[in-house]
Write a protein that binds this ligand. Structure first.
Ligand SMILES: CC(C)(COP(=O)(O)OP(=O)(O)OC[C@H]1O[C@@H](n2cnc3c(N)ncnc32)[C@H](O)[C@@H]1OP(=O)(O)O)[C@@H](O)C(=O)NCCC(=O)NCCS
Length: 178
């Protein structure tokens, strides 16, 4: 674990600043919309991200976000509009496998390519960090998310009966090779 902390790509990816490649540090290039930036999340973004996470269909706590920010094997990407958080995506990386743990956009900005931009950027960074596939779980009835994942090449591997609560719903396990 110490080696992972000191040497994994995540130790660099999770923190803004020079990361060895211009497109991986600080403010990342090619945002999905002209006024949206996709950046590695910083502690200053946590309160805004926590509001977005709390309002998501399957909410996350601010402490969960803070833990993701600190962890060497998690990548927390923020979408910013004029510097204010409007969405995020969180990935976990274990061995050769990445896991999309959460992706959420504020309702007002959905349907404008920002979620796709976050996901594409995260998958690219996971691949650069050595992941060869990405997994995720999604509610069966979450059509927008399922369409997004299918657009980026994810396919259903299995169903997870009764996986979700509030409301109760089956889940789908999806995967893409990177
Ligand atoms: C899922 C989510 C992150 C998608 O982000 P988004 O920015 O709205 O999506 P984008 O605008 O980037 O859309 C990209 C693709 O997703 C699909 N998509 C997005 N919204 C859709 C909708 N309302 N209906 C159908 N397909 C949709 C389309 O394939 C779209 O590509 P296209 O525009 O070329 O057709 C966003 O809807 C969200 O925050 N939902 C609530 C949280 C959530 O459910 N997260 C997923 C947990 S598993």
């Amino acid at each position: 674990m110490e080696m992972l902390k000191n040497h994994s790509a995540f130790a660099r990816l999770n923190h803004p600043g020079p990361l060895g490649h211009p497109s991986r540090g600080g403010e990342l290039s090619n945002p999905p919309c002209p006024d949206i930036a996709i950046v590695p999340a910083a502690p200053a973004h946590l309160p805004g991200l926590a509001e977005i996470a709390a309002a998501a269909p399957d909410p996350w706590s601010e402490s969960g976000l803070a833990a993701a920010l600190r962890a060497d094997n998690q990548l927390l990407l923020a979408a910013l509009q004029n510097g204010a958080p409007v969405g995020f995506a969180c990935f976990l990386h274990v061995a050769d496998t990445a896991d999309l743990q959460q992706i959420v956009l504020v309702p007002a900005l959905r349907g404008q390519g920002v979620g796709e931009g976050l996901l594409r950027r995260g998958l690219s960074l996971m691949q650069a960090a050595g992941a060869t596939r990405c997994l995720l779980e999604v509610r069966c009835g979450n059509a927008p998310a399922r369409r997004l994942y299918q657009k980026l090449g994810f396919a259903v591997l299995a169903t997870r009966p009764g996986m979700y609560q509030n409301p109760a719903e089956d889940g789908l396990l999806m995967a893409v090779n990177l």
